[in-house]
Design a binder for this molecule. Structure first.
Ligand SMILES: Nc1ncnc2c1ncn2[C@@H]1O[C@H](COP(=O)(O)OP(=O)(O)O)[C@@H](O)[C@H]1O
Ligand SMILES: [Mg+2]
Length: 393
């Protein structure tokens, strides 16, 4: 697949937008494809950076006599947050459209920018999805190494590519962007956050393991989630009588990057890690679908007081008290054979009063599909296809 452009699921909006996502997820490449006529400014270019950070009015002069509605791409916008004020003015005065691309909104917000007061929508880019890779999607490879474009292009060097990605991106870029002042404790934290991928976040334990203050752990997690390197999966609360409540889980955006963070690129993966990596992948596909379809359904996990879990709960109808929540419940297993005991948490949830479980789905790594009395059991690839066809929610 090296060299050939893989079409992405995101579609280009009609009006100005922000595009955020971790480095290397394909943002710049996508922008060049969907807006081939746009004038493009790359703030990674040192000369460009210097010129525009000294004098943001240069932007208008550099764009010249463009007609109204022309597109202008500002890549790596977080490097010059102050440019947003000028962008805002040019949107009003010249009616140009802007594609504003960067790793995260964190620096932009901190720089005092108002994110254009709602004048631009926000898109998020992730690693490739199964629906984009199609026949080049290989589940075992994705579980082991994830779906970053760099990795998919050259799978035989996945470990080296991920090591380089993790070291340059996370360590240097986070330092360069000034996201943390003191780097060594943050690097210790990253290793622990890697090992805890997919687990309920216990801030005290993580603070102890990383030898940093409890409040610092919260700041660090906020950096990971603002830069879209990781996502919290909240505990689902069925109603007001919440005996069932739990900490959110934290998943890295990509199983390969989680593995790099955990320092396990050279180690064989045990079953437990593979199970979590499959969940990480499934969560990724759910987010990509949510984003591309613009459904934006809340996704959470469910944990009962007895400690029984369901991996993913998708709220499929907007909640209006007093009407009951409608959900799709999904349980994922890294196993070639489906064990019917795994259906129990799904059935127990469906039996609760005041909840409508529209679908119960088991996803596993075997080849056969089953319908066991309301529970759909599907191979992972089938599930991904159904999801992207809009059949799951
Ligand atoms: N749609 C795509 N099809 C094929 N390769 C891609 C695609 N998007 C990204 N890549 C590969 O991944 C690399 C990183 O993508 P890039 O667009 O630079 O990411 P970002 O701008 O998000 O940091 C590119 O150089 C290219 O080799
Ligand atoms: Mg880029």
């Amino acid at each position: 697949m090296k060299g050939t452009y893989i079409p992405r699921l995101l579609s280009c909006p009609e009006r100005s937008f922000f595009l955020f996502g971790p480095r290397g997820t394909g943002k710049s490449t996508w922008l060049k494809h969907v807006l081939p006529e746009a004038l493009r400014f790359d703030l990674l270019d040192a000369a460009m950076y210097l010129e525009l950070s000294r004098d943001s009015h240069r932007l208008e002069a550099m764009a010249g006599d463009r007609p109204e509605h022309s597109w202008i791409i500002l890549d790596e916008i977080q490097k010059v947050p102050g440019l947003l004020d000028e962008v805002h003015r040019l949107m009003e005065d010249r009616h140009w459209r802007f594609a504003l691309c960067g790793s995260s909104a964190r620096k932009l917000r901190r720089g005092g920018a108002n994110l254009l007061a709602g004048r631009a929508i926000t898109l998020n880019m992730e690693g490739f999805s199964s629906a984009e890779l199609r026949s080049s999607f290989h589940l075992p490879q994705a579980i082991e190494w994830g779906l970053l474009p760099f990795v998919c292009q050259d799978p035989s060097h996945s470990a080296d590519i991920l090591a380089a990605y993790f070291n340059t991106y996370l360590k240097e870029e986070i330092r360069a962007e000034g996201l943390v002042r003191n780097v060594p404790p943050f690097v210790r934290f990253l290793a622990i956050a890697g090992q805890f991928n997919g687990q309920a976040v216990n801030g005290h334990n993580i603070a102890r393991e990383a030898a940093v203050a409890r409040a610092t752990v919260d700041t660090y997690f906020a950096i990971l989630s603002d830069t879209l390197l990781g996502h919290f999966l909240p505990a689902w609360r069925p109603g007001l009588k919440v005996r069932e409540s739990a900490h959110p889980k934290f998943y890295w955006f990509d199983p390969g990057v989680a593995r790099a963070a955990a320092g396990m690129l050279r180690d064989p993966l045990d079953r437990l890690w593979q199970g979590t990596a499959l969940e990480t992948l499934l969560f990724h596909e759910l987010r990509v679908y949510n984003e591309a379809s613009r459904k934006c359904r809340p996704i959470s996990y469910y944990r009962t007081a007895a400690g029984v879990e369901i991996d993913f709960i998708v709220d499929v109808a907007r909640r209006r008290t007093p009407s009951p929540p409608h959900v799709v419940a999904i349980e994922v297993k890294r196993a070639e054979r489906w064990d019917r005991a795994w259906e129990k948490p799904l059935r127990n949830l469906a039996a609760l009063a005041g909840i409508t479980v529209e679908r119960m789905i088991g996803v596993y790594c075997g080849n056969r599909r089953y319908k066991f009395d309301q529970v759909d059991v599907m191979p992972t690839a089938d599930f991904f296809e159904s999801l992207h066809r809009g059949e799951i929610f």
